[in-house]
Design a binder for this molecule. Structure first.
Ligand code: ATP
Length: 468
């Protein structure tokens, strides 16, 4: 163990532990991450005694500042590249209406018992008497080796005391590729309603960590199978299921969405693009129809889905800013490259897509590629080839026409000056005609051609040129 305690901060803590005759331990995530080979910069230290006083002594010895949080009984200091948080060992008991425990001083074992999972309850002694000794009363190392999430105490109580731990269990399972112990899964199922005492911000924080994990379907399958998803994100749970009429079924949109999400994680670490994958088909349940002689349709699910995005972001307390707009745009446009790839690709269709997607065109193409989840090898190959074609066309058209960040070559002011008119309907009509003509390829995207076209269109609606 000692070789993992190389950071100079540990020797200072150890020296002071001897001097002051107190026991001190590294504990929690930092110790877990040593065994997972995930170097971490956040060190939690538990002291048998006054954590704040001990932190102040360590800070003085290191000649750094210390921040004290009296209400929490904790103190934090930064030294070189690490952040160390000190706390006195504590024993916790809970009331039913709050995640906040009643806290009293306790032993190391009390402190380990209050931890959420056995893998998070590992401690390493920092006192010189037994420096580097691992203290693992709940077989956390065995669970790490078996890739198992298990609670140190009865999981029903653990999750009832602090229901955020249910989200944390699923989040760790998804981040680490671990299984959640059967008893713990059953305990989540029996504590579902308790999630309601957790703030939306904390829930969404865990949800985002699940989404950012290597294979988010692991986490979402747990959320769905336990029933948590139905409470925290019912619109996504509603994607589940297959309906059959006249022997015709449609694909299960929940599992399809998970597949698209996992697929996109291979190409991007961007949280918002991953959110776009989650939401791309979110309006399918609401737009589902069975049309006789035709089968299942989801007409307009992209428009309705885009309209649902702000509501879902509000409900989940996700930011209502340009990130939301980005997700909304991708949901709105997600069918467009596929349509392009299936039919004859005209320049004007490509120009329109570039105009609407702007700088998000690459993200949109990634989403569309991830959206191909058919098991039919032939179809996959065909779609891929078509996407290559669309991508080449996008490149060609962009090089030639510069549509991506399109600015009109003739402005409203130009139009007003040209015809000696003031702001009004006519200006708007002419601006639209110019944009359409450029997107349709009737005129090139340059000023000279656009002015000529403006004069023509102005005359058609009875305007006279007064200036050049
Ligand atoms: P990460 O840094 O990936 O979020 P972590 O385990 O380090 O993982 P923290 O939230 O920093 O997460 O928590 C540090 C330690 O505190 C945990 O390892 C665990 O021992 C304990 N802990 C955190 N939250 C809880 C909780 N809700 N219930 C019980 N113990 C918790």
């Amino acid at each position: 163990m000692k070789q993992h305690l190389q950071h100079p901060v540990f020797s200072v803590i150890s020296k002071l532990a001897a001097e002051k005759n107190v026991q001190a331990f590294a504990i929690g995530g930092y110790v877990r991450d040593i065994f997972l080979n995930r170097p971490s910069k956040d060190i939690d230290v538990v002291v048998l005694g006054n954590g704040i006083e001990f932190a102040e002594a360590v800070a003085a010895s290191l000649n750094v500042k210390v921040s004290v949080f009296k209400n929490f009984g904790t103190a934090m200091l930064r030294y070189q590249d690490v952040e160390v948080e000190f706390v006195g060992a504590r024993k916790e008991s809970y009331r039913s209406d709050s995640r906040k425990p009643i806290v009293e001083n306790g032993t190391l074992e009390d402190d380990q018992k209050r931890r959420d999972f056995t893998i998070n309850a590992l401690a390493i002694s920092l006192h010189p008497d037994n420096y580097g000794e691992l203290i693992d009363p709940f077989e956390g190392i065995t669970d790490l080796n078996n890739k198992l999430m298990r609670t140190p105490l009865n999981p029903v109580e653990t999750f009832s005391d602090d229901p955020l731990r249910m989200m944390r269990a699923i989040r760790f399972a998804s981040q680490l590729g671990f299984r959640i112990d059967d008893e713990a899964v059953a305990a989540i199922k029996s504590n579902l309603q308790r999630i309601k005492i957790v703030s939306q911000e904390r829930i969404t924080d865990e949800l985002n960590k699940i989404i950012l994990s290597p294979l988010p379907s692991v986490g979402f399958n747990y959320l769905f199978d336990t029933g948590l998803l139905h409470i925290i994100f019912p619109q996504m749970a509603a994607l589940y299921g297959v309906e059959v009429i006249n022997g015709k079924g449609h694909k299960d949109n929940f599992y399809h969405t998970l597949q698209v999400l996992d697929n996109i994680c291979e190409t991007t670490g961007d949280l918002w693009l991953r959110w776009a994958a989650i939401l791309h088909d979110i309006a399918k349940p609401a737009t589902k129809r069975f049309e006789q002689g035709h089968g299942w349709t989801f007409h307009g699910h992209e428009d309705k889905g885009a309209r649902m995005v702000p509501k879902i972001f509000t409900q989940l307390k996700l930011p209502l800013n340009e990130k939301m707009k980005f997700v909304q745009k991708l949901v709105q446009l997600h069918l467009r490259p596929i349509v392009l790839s299936q039919s004859v690709v005209t320049d004007s269709a490509v120009r329109r897509l570039l105009f609407e997607a702007g700088d998000d065109i690459e993200a949109l193409m990634l989403l569309c590629k991830a959206d191909v989840t058919t098991k039919n090898e032939y179809k996959v190959k065909k779609y891929r080839q078509n996407f290559e074609l669309v991508q080449q066309k996008l490149k060609d058209v962009e090089e030639r026409d510069n549509i991506r960040n399109w600015q009109p070559p003739v402005t409203g002011l130009d139009i007003m000056q040209l015809f000696g008119i003031s702001e009004g309907r006519e200006v708007g009509i002419i601006k639209n005609k110019i944009r359409e003509a450029i997107l349709e390829g009737e005129i090139p995207n340059d000023r000279e051609a656009a002015i000529k076209y403006t004069i023509e269109k102005g005359k058609e609606i009875g305007l006279k040129v007064v200036a050049n």
